[in-house]
Design a protein. Structure first.
Length: 251
């Protein structure tokens, strides 16, 4: 397949774009990830700066965007993919367990997340870097609670904080996905809405690891196939690899 000449892609992401998942309470690695699949099919140069547990807030506080801008080749077509938000939406469960009846904010407050995302987008675009925003991968609250949270914390205290409604976890995370979408629209950035592809699958759980928060290898393939079509919609001289499913692409 023909390469996308003079295009350098950098991904600031978390465990999902790194192809990691939780095996019980231990970090494990899948055999492949969406980034791997994209590199192999399109011969892309992808600098994958994804880290397990990464948050947008941490990227901002560590000055990782500034460090990136200091090193890029401005003669290239530089693209940054921001694939963050899932960990920002998560809670400090140690603190929740200590005081389940208290009010707890997520690792990054929603308003703070939106402000940091907009500031990061503007900084990158000022340097002629194209910014692509990825949707937040959907989670299964039940699996996450049963196989991750309850394995490490007192499940009853977690439920107490959630008012016995596990769907609070997924609904809270959805707010961060909406924030990503709003900022993408507001700042005229491409939005990779693979979240909707998964939500539209009647057997979505078949594509999610037992931890409830990471795609399995089948799920990683779905993400890769969706992004491939986004690339193809912009480059008419490229063709979809044989065997790749054709998901509807809007926008």
């Amino acid at each position: 397949m023909k390469a996308l000449n003079n295009t350098t892609i950098t991904v600031f992401g978390d465990s999902i774009s790194k192809g990691l998942f939780l095996n019980g309470t231990k970090i494990d690695k899948l055999g492949t990830s969406a980034v791997d699949i994209l590199q192999n099919n399109f011969m892309l140069e992808i600098d994958n700066k994804s880290v397990f547990g990464q948050t947008l807030k941490r990227v901002y506080e560590k000055g990782m965007i500034d460090q990136y801008l200091e090193k890029i080749n401005y003669d290239n077509n530089n693209i940054v993919v921001l694939a963050l938000g899932g960990n920002d939406s998560d809670y400090n469960w140690d603190e929740v367990q200590k005081e389940p009846d208290a009010f707890h904010t997520s690792k990054t407050g929603l308003l703070e997340f939106s402000c940091i995302l907009e500031e990061s987008i503007n900084k990158l675009k000022m340097h002629n870097v194209e910014v692509v925003i990825a949707s937040v991968f959907p989670i299964d609250s039940k699996r996450y609670f049963e196989n991750v949270l309850s394995a490490k914390y007192d499940g009853q205290k977690i439920l107490q904080f959630l008012h016995n409604d596990l769907s609070n976890i997924a609904r809270h995370q959805e707010l961060f996905n909406v924030s990503c979408l709003k900022e993408a629209v507001k700042n005229d950035c491409p939005f990779l809405d693979y979240r909707s592809v998964f939500l539209n699958l009647s057997n979505m759980l078949d594509y999610i690891c037992d931890d409830g928060i990471h795609p399995n290898e089948k799920g990683q393939t779905v993400i890769a196939e969706f992004i491939m079509q986004k690339i193809l919609s912009r480059h008419n001289n490229l063709h979809l690899p044989i065997g790749v499913k054709n998901f509807a692409v809007e926008g």
